[in-house]
Design a binder for this molecule. Sequence first.
Ligand SMILES: [Zn+2]
Length: 99
Amino acid sequence: MTDEPRPRKILSLKNPPTRPLGPEPIRKAAPPPPPPPPPPQVFAWKCKPCGAGFNVGDQLADDVVIRCPACNAKIGQVADFRADPTPAKLRARPVKPAA
Ligand SMILES: [Zn+2]
């Protein structure tokens, strides 16, 4: 007796999917816009050694020594900042406000 294997029926899709099957890709929400940059800080003084800007508090006593917040240079006493004209030993120059 012959035992020939029967030809297999070939399956084919009539309408193949245009995209791979699976769940819909999740669309990522657009990232929130970056926060606006802070407004430029206005400094009344500029450190002579390094050029960093800083302010001298109005409520400070005259004998308080001001140091540069950036380079820590000893700039002068509060009284020197209040003198007009500023003494030459003061290691800072006044920042002229932009007109
Ligand atoms: Zn400095």
